[in-house]
Every structure is written in structure tokens, then in C-alpha cells.
Design a protein around this ligand. Structure first.
Ligand SMILES: [Zn+2]
Length: 218
């Protein structure tokens, strides 16, 4: 799991409580008071602490049998980490990380469960890259696209929305681990919290994708 913030906290909590064997958490930040409405693994006395360490303590207090591996760093190369994982959760807040993580998941054909939330809008995406027909994150958001980077830390988000998406990421992850449920190999769910609308769509593979079309057909 990359990111132990608004999405990562609820996702990790459900995964640890469910008893996943080993959970690797990567995040370079420390806990800030302004995080607490959405980063539900932390308490007032966690302010200033290293996030992944505070997260480990919190997760192990729920389930001491889960092995939580804290990585206090903002990684740029995810290849080695992804190779060891069964499922990868993108709970990050920036496109550079999202794309680097996607590349590693395409390379090692690992399922990627990606979440995003800002203001009153959110997205939940599953790219089951074990399936050669699956689209990848870059099929949906090309790496060279001009995008405006907006983050919760500057733009804000209504906190329960990150809870919804993080929980849904845990749900999709458990389905992948257990091997239940049938879905398109790549799917996006768009949540418009303002109008309370939740839409789901298949993501078709882009044959011209600069990431998966070159890697997978090699
Ligand atoms: Zn692609």
C-alpha cells in the first residue's frame, strides 16, 4: 500500500482487521493535526509521529497477528516492492507516484486497486493486470496528459468520502485475495458525493497506451 493518508488509513484498517498476512505500508510523511478528520488510524497524540509507525501501532492493536512492514519513504521506483506483493493499493495523492506504481504493476502483472478523492468527487479503479486484456492506469490517464495536480492537503476533501473509497479499496483487495466476484478486468467507479451518484464503467484497454501496450506485448 502506497500512502497512509485519507485512503490508506481506512483501507489498511479493514485489511488488518480482516487478517491479511502481511501489509507493507509506504509513506514518507508525519502526522499533522489537519489530517485527523480523515486519517482515522491516528489520534491527537500521534501528531508529529512518523505516519507508517503510528499506523503500524494502530493496526497491530486491532490485529497483532498481521505483519505490518512500515517504509518511511517517498518511493520513486516501486518495482521491487510490487514484485513481492499479491495486490497493490494506490492510496497516494499525486500523479508521479500513480504512474510509477502503474508501471511497476504492468511490469510484474499485479492487480492494482487505485483510489482518489478530492472535494466531493472520488474515483475507485481496479486494474487486474494479471489478465492480459486489462487496461492499465495509463490507458485511462496517459502519462503525457496535461493534468492539474490537486491534492487534499491544499484543496480539501469531505472526510467520509475518503473513508468510502478507502473501504471500497479494501473490499476490492479482499475480493482479489480470496478470488471471489466477477468484474471486468479494468473498471472505474466515479462517485459524485454532491449529487449522491455512483457510476461504474469498464475501462477498455488503449492499444496505443505507452505503458501496457509496449510492456505486455513484448
Ligand atoms: Zn495501458
Amino acid at each position: 500500500m502506497i500512502g497512509a493518508g485519507g485512503l490508506g488509513c481506512p483501507a489498511a484498517l479493514y485489511l488488518a482487521a480482516a487478517g491479511v498476512g502481511r501489509l507493507t505500508l509506504a509513506d514518507g510523511d508525519t502526522v499533522d493535526l489537519t489530517n485527523l478528520q480523515r486519517q482515522i488510524l491516528y489520534r491527537t497524540d500521534s501528531v508529529g509521529a512518523v505516519k507508517v509507525e503510528a499506523a503500524r501501532a494502530s493496526l497491530n492493536s486491532v490485529n497483532p497477528d498481521v505483519v505490518v512492514v512500515p517504509l518511511q519513504e517517498r518511493l520513486e521506483d516501486f518495482s521491487q516492492l510490487v514484485e513481492q506483493a499479491d495486490v497493490v493499493l494506490d492510496c497516494s495523492d499525486n500523479f508521479a507516484t500513480r504512474h510509477a506504481l502503474n508501471r511497476a504493476c504492468v511490469k510484474h502483472r499485479k492487480p492494482l486497486v487505485s483510489g482518489a478523492a478530492i472535494r466531493l468527487e472520488a474515483q475507485l479503479m481496479v486494474f487486474d493486470l494479471r489478465n492480459p486484456a486489462a487496461a492499465c492506469y495509463a490507458c485511462l490517464f496517459p502519462e503525457d496528459a496535461q493534468v492539474e495536480e490537486v491534492q487534499c492537503s491544499t484543496m480539501g476533501v469531505l472526510a467520509p468520502l475518503t473513508g468510502m473509497v478507502g473501504s471500497a479499496q479494501a473490499l476490492e483487495t479482499l475480493k482479489i485475495i480470496i478470488g471471489i466476484g466477477a468484474s471486468a478486468p479494468s473498471r472505474i467507479q466515479n462517485i459524485d458525493a454532491k449529487s449522491s451518484e455512483w457510476r461504474s464503467a469498464r475501462v477498455p484497454r488503449d492499444p496505443a497506451c505507452g505503458v501496457c501496450s509496449t510492456t505486455l506485448t513484448k
